[in-house]
Each structure stands twice: as C-alpha cells, then as structure tokens.
Design a protein around this ligand. Structure first.
Ligand code: AMP
Ligand code: MG
Length: 414
C-alpha cells in the first residue's frame, strides 16, 4: 500500500493546468491570470496635487511666516479632470486633490496654511519645494509589468486591471468536476424512504460544496445503483468533465464495481488504489481521456472519508488545474488538548479537530467520535490533526500538525 505523500505526489505529477479562456473583469475574482498585465500609461499620468490648496512657485513662498506671509495674486483653479492655468511669478492657482500641477508651479500649499482675501492668497508658511505633489509615474510607468501570469486575482488586482483599461483578461479555465454517487442504499434528498437500510446521500452535496470552495465547477452526473447497466449509463455523462469523482463502491465489497467499470467504459488508467491513510484507505486514482489529461478519483462512500479525500487530494488537483501554484491546504502546529491514543499505527491518520487561536497560540481539540461514518465530526472541525505512521499516542499538551480546511476561526468576534 502506498503512503499518503506518495499518493498525493502521483496525483499532482500527473496533471497540468487547463487551457486559457477570456473572462470579463467582473467575473475574474479568484481566477488565475494566464497573461502578464502591462501598464498602458504612467500612473499618475502627469504630476498632480495630493491636497486641496494652492499651486505656487517655491521662490514666491520662500521665507513666508505667520507674521510675514507671502501674498500672491489668485489666477484661476486646477480641478481634477480640468485644464490648469499657467502660473507666473507672484501668482497662485487654487488646486484640488488630483488637479494637474499648473505650468510654472512647483509646490502645493495646503489650504490650512493659507487665507484668501480680495483675490489674494496669503501663505503663512514656507514648504519644501515640491511639497504635496504626486509625481508622474510614481506608482508605475508605462510598460511596467503590473501583474504577472500566475497571479490569483483579488480585489486589488481587479483595480489594477481596470486602471490598465482591461475589460477582459485571460485566465486558466476552471475544471468541470462531475460527481457520480453510487450505492443501492443511497437516496437523493426528497426521495421517499421505505427501509431502514436506505441512506440519504450526504456525499453528493458535501463534495459539491468542496468543489466550489476550491474554485471548480461541480456537476451532479447522477445516482447509480450497484449494477453494471446503471453505472455504465451514468459514466457516459462523464466525458465532458475534467475530473470525475465517484463516491462509494471502491472497497472490496461484492457490489464494488466502480473501479473496474471506469476502466472498461472510460479507459481510465488506474495509478493507485488503496493508500495507507485513515480515513479514506480505499481511494482509487487514475487518468483518462485524450492525452490522459483528465483525472478520476474513486472516493470511498463513508462521509468523513469522502470529505477528507476531497480536501486532501481533489482540492489541490482543482487548484492546480485552475493555474494556482499554492495548491495545498495550510498546515499549522497546534497544542493538542486532551491528547489522542490509538491501538495501531500502521496508517497515517487524520483526526477531526477544532482549532482556535489563543494568547498561547494555536490550540486543537479532537472530536470525541473519530469514526469515518460520523459526519457531525466534520461539522465540529476546521482541520485534520495529523498522526504519523508509527505514532500511537499524542499526549495532552503536545503539538500536532493540523491541515486546516477552514480558516474563518482567525477572524475576530465582535
Ligand atoms: P461504500 O464505499 O460504497 O462501501 O460505502 C461505505 C459506507 O458509506 C456505507 O455505509 C454507505 O452507506 C455510506 N455511503 C456511501 N455513499 C454515501 C453517500 N453518498 N452519502 C452518505 N453515505 C454514503
Ligand atoms: Mg456502496
């Protein structure tokens, strides 16, 4: 059985970012740039004022004081978006934030240091030459690379795109991720329950949300019973997907057909099946499609196993396809309150923990019931505490690595 690290390496080595597509700036948030963005002009495009006040010649206000102000003749105004008047010796123009610096002026005196009377401006203080002027190109110059290919677009990046007059931008495509839910016992929401052996699907929707969280495009491809005909039919819907997920039917149970059928029906080449991890041991992974650029994950049915595997393998794969470079979830060290014990240490175990940030740093508490069927443990948790192969006990107060899947606990409460 291969180890977790090897399995993850195989997944990430056997895939590439998707091709590019053009999106509108208002749909670009969270996408990854597939082009460099170049400045089409200087910013600011010309010297302008950082203050409301008066544009003057430094020579004219040299030596000005409260008792002995410089007195200048007021000649017009320089508003943002307007054409400024020229300034000659002994003259000043009213200027507003963003207004272009008039020809002849070299300094802006803020309003608070002045007084206006009978068409004259009194300046009560000498300022440094060039004061309150925002220089042409001080933010960036025409031709500068403002954003590099590979940058993930946040709010600030959309601001830059707009400044550079980009209404559309090339980004990596989002992967389409299909979900096929399998199991004779599985019912969708709303279907009538007729027997205690029936289970409502949680996986379909938990995985759907995880795909969205990672920036993929989820598609529910259907619910298949554990029989060849139904599976074949549902698998046919998968061909338009970049990533196919099946849940259920990958262990060695009698009706576990999925693994064999994806191979015969879709031509999946299985690269591994079974990983030394808990939960999620029976995970299967393969590649398929033209140039083998599509991925297949055969995900176990147990709800916690399904969510863990999606978090640890599928989300990084989605992020990589979207062109992201930081594809793995953050891992932090937290003090484990209450400790953790297990009988066997043969597999790397990922336990449901809730992490908090306190004055002493990160503190983690493990959920009481760690079974891979206990979905409420995922509601309790915001991370997976990692117990390495060979380790059977972590004592109270010892540190544990935690793979976080939700970082909203870092926000402050009111
Ligand atoms: P399997 O991997 O098909 O052997 O399923 C393992 C366990 O997970 C069984 O107890 C199933 O009932 C349960 N299970 C399978 N699929 C789902 C699902 N979509 N939602 C919730 N539980 C499931
Ligand atoms: Mg099943």
């Amino acid at each position: 059985m291969i180890k977790f690290e090897e399995a993850l390496k195989i997944v990430l080595e056997n895939m590439k970012p998707l091709p590019y597509e053009k999106v509108s700036i208002i749909e670009s948030l969270g996408r990854v740039l597939a082009e460099d963005v170049i400045a089409d002009r200087d910013q600011p495009p010309a010297d302008n004022s950082g203050m409301d006040g008066f544009a003057v010649r430094y020579e004219d206000i040299k030596g000005a004081t409260e008792e002995n102000p410089a007195v200048l003749e007021l000649v017009g105004e320089a508003k943002a978006g307007g054409e400024p008047p020229a300034i000659e010796k002994g003259k000043a123009a009213a200027i507003y934030t963003g207004g272009l610096i008039p020809e002849g002026a070299d300094t802006v005196v803020q309003k608070e240091l002045t007084k206006v009377e009978d068409g004259k401006v009194f300046i009560f203080q000498e300022l440094k030459k060039g004061a309150n002027i925002r220089k042409q190109g001080e933010d960036y110059k025409k031709g500068d690379i403002l954003l590099k290919k590979g940058t993930k677009i946040r709010a600030a990046e959309t601001g830059i795109l707009a400044s550079a007059n980009k209404a559309f931008v090339y980004v990596y495509q989002k992967p389409k991720v299909g979900i096929i839910t399998t199991g004779d016992e599985i019912l969708d929401i709303g279907e009538p329950i007729t027997s205690p052996s029936q289970i409502r699907t949680s996986n379909t929707y938990a995985l759907y949300s995880q795909i969205l969280e990672a920036g993929g495009e989820p598609v529910i491809l259907g619910f298949a019973k554990d029989n060849p005909e139904d599976l074949k039919e549902k698998l046919r819907n998968a061909i338009t997907c970049d990533i196919l997920l099946t849940t259920g039917g990958v262990s060695v149970g009698d009706y576990d057909l999925v693994k064999d059928f994806v191979c015969t029906e879709l031509g999946v080449e299985i690269l591994f099946w079974k990983v030394a991890q808990k939960p999620g041991k029976p995970l299967a992974f393969g590649i398929w499609g033209e140039d083998k650029r599509k991925l297949f994950f055969g995900i176990p049915g147990n709800p916690v196993a399904a969510m863990f595997v999606t978090e640890a393998y599928v989300k990084p794969a989605i992020r990589k396809m979207r062109g992201e470079t930081k594809v793995l979830n953050p891992v932090i060290k937290a003090k484990l309150i209450g400790g953790y014990k297990r009988k066997k240490g043969g597999r790397k175990e990922f336990i449901r923990v809730s992490v908090e940030l306190t004055d002493e740093g990160f503190i983690a508490k493990a959920f009481g019931k760690q079974g891979s069927n206990i979905l409420t443990g995922m509601v309790f948790a915001n991370g997976f505490g990692i117990v390495d192969i060979g380790v059977t006990e972590i004592k109270d107060g010892e540190y544990i690595d935690v793979m976080l899947f939700d970082t909203s606990f870092l926000n402050k409460e009111l």
